[in-house]
Design a protein around this ligand. Structure first.
Ligand SMILES: NC(=O)c1ccc[n+]([C@@H]2O[C@H](COP(=O)([O-])OP(=O)(O)OC[C@H]3O[C@@H](n4cnc5c(N)ncnc54)[C@H](OP(=O)(O)O)[C@@H]3O)[C@@H](O)[C@H]2O)c1
Length: 335
């Protein structure tokens, strides 16, 4: 019997250690219990993954939730599920394709006209490591959806957010931004060979840079903007990577994934935290690694790069400075 004591205690320690490591990696639940009755929230890419769980959690906390998705069948299904689970009936599905500037403008115009307020905008949707695709307007897909689409959406909703202040913008970036670089000579991968990983990292770096720049521009308005890395989660994000397509890689990587990858529900906690926490009132221009504020990559802190990227983005999506507000080309937004 005694010969089993040592192996059993080693096994127990290993299992206990693995569970502790998993808890550490997961990062825990949103520490704030704040509710948001009557607050209007937009979550992009809310039909699945982290976005859907974010919408669900904010619905539980009493918000009026707009799920903004490109596939209306999936969007309606998610809205129905969230209504059923939370008994909150103020959950609406709306069409938004971030790979189309026209769709973004139509969505923003409808929200501006029909919604009295927008208190929380969560720019969550993304595509990762897809083939060399372009958006309807000819942007490289990952830059177009993850960054430029949200850039236009945010700017078109700014007046509504300002009128609803205190209000918050949450930009879901990724730790992958640290490997990113903004290539101003070829932002859209038209000259160099396409590198799908580098394109994802560039798009997520652009998200952090624009978060910082927008926060400087929003000082004194009551609108805050922060970026976050949600942690690594089991979602559909890897759909273009083929990571789980072979039985061998699933078998080999399965245990590592179990240890290091969290549920979408846990990965939604940072977005929920930045959206509701009372202690974050007035906090702006920060980067959160899961639930903790951390400095982002050095390039993300470079104000010159941020200003240049902002100006280039304004040009690319067709926004112009006009009477202190951004409107469509030649069309100042109503105050
Ligand atoms: N999962 C992770 O480990 C991880 C790690 C770091 C950062 N993140 C970030 O977390 C966020 C959520 O990702 P996730 O893991 O939940 O991924 P996901 O399960 O793949 O969900 C992505 C969402 O984005 C939507 N989307 C894609 N292209 C769109 C477009 N053109 N217009 C509108 N919506 C579009 C998708 O809609 P369809 O279903 O119609 O495609 C889906 O709803 C992303 O910003 C991602 O970069 C995730």
């Amino acid at each position: 019997m005694s010969r089993y004591v040592l192996p059993l205690s080693v096994l127990g320690t290993a299992v206990g250690g693995a569970v502790l490591l998993k808890d550490f990696v997961a990062g825990g639940a949103c520490p704030s219990k704040a509710t948001i009755p009557g607050k209007t929230v937009i979550v992009t890419g809310a039909n699945t993954g982290i976005g859907k769980q974010t919408a669900l959690e904010l619905a539980k906390r009493g918000g009026n939730i707009i799920l903004a998705c490109r596939d209306m069948e999936k969007c309606e299904a998610a809205a129905k599920e969230i209504r059923g689970e939370t008994l909150n009936h103020r959950i609406n599905a709306r069409h938004l394709d971030l790979a189309s500037l026209k769709s973004i403008r139509e969505f923003a115009a409808q929200v501006t006209e029909e919604e009295e307020h927008v208190h929380i905008l969560i720019n969550n949707a993304a595509v990762m490591r897809c083939p060399h695709w372009t958006t309807e307007d000819g942007f490289e897909m990952q830059l177009g959806v993850n960054y430029l689409g949200h850039f236009l959406l945010t700017n078109l909703l700014l007046d509504k957010l300002k009128a609803s202040a205190p209000s918050r913008i949450i930009n879901v970036s990724s730790l992958a931004h640290v490997a990113g670089h903004i290539d101003f000579e070829d932002l859209n991968w038209e000259k160099k060979n396409y590198d799908t990983k580098a394109a994802y990292c560039q798009s997520k770096l652009a998200v952090v840079l624009s978060t910082k720049e927008l926060s400087r521009r929003l000082q004194g308005t009551g609108v805050t903007v922060n970026a976050l890395h949600p942690g690594v989660a089991r979602t559909e994000l890897g759909r273009h990577t083929g990571m789980h397509s072979s039985a061998f890689s699933s078998f080999m990587l399965g245990p590592i994934f179990w240890l290091l990858v969290k549920s979408p529900q846990l990965a939604a906690q940072p977005s929920v935290y930045l959206a509701v926490a009372e202690e974050l009132e007035g906090v702006s221009g920060k980067y959160f690694d899961v639930l903790k504020e951390k400095p982002p990559a050095p390039e993300a802190e470079d104000e010159e790069v941020a200003k240049r990227l902002w100006a280039e983005s304004v040009r690319l999506v067709g926004l112009e400075m006009s009477h202190g507000s951004y409107g469509e080309r030649g069309q100042p937004l109503p105050k």
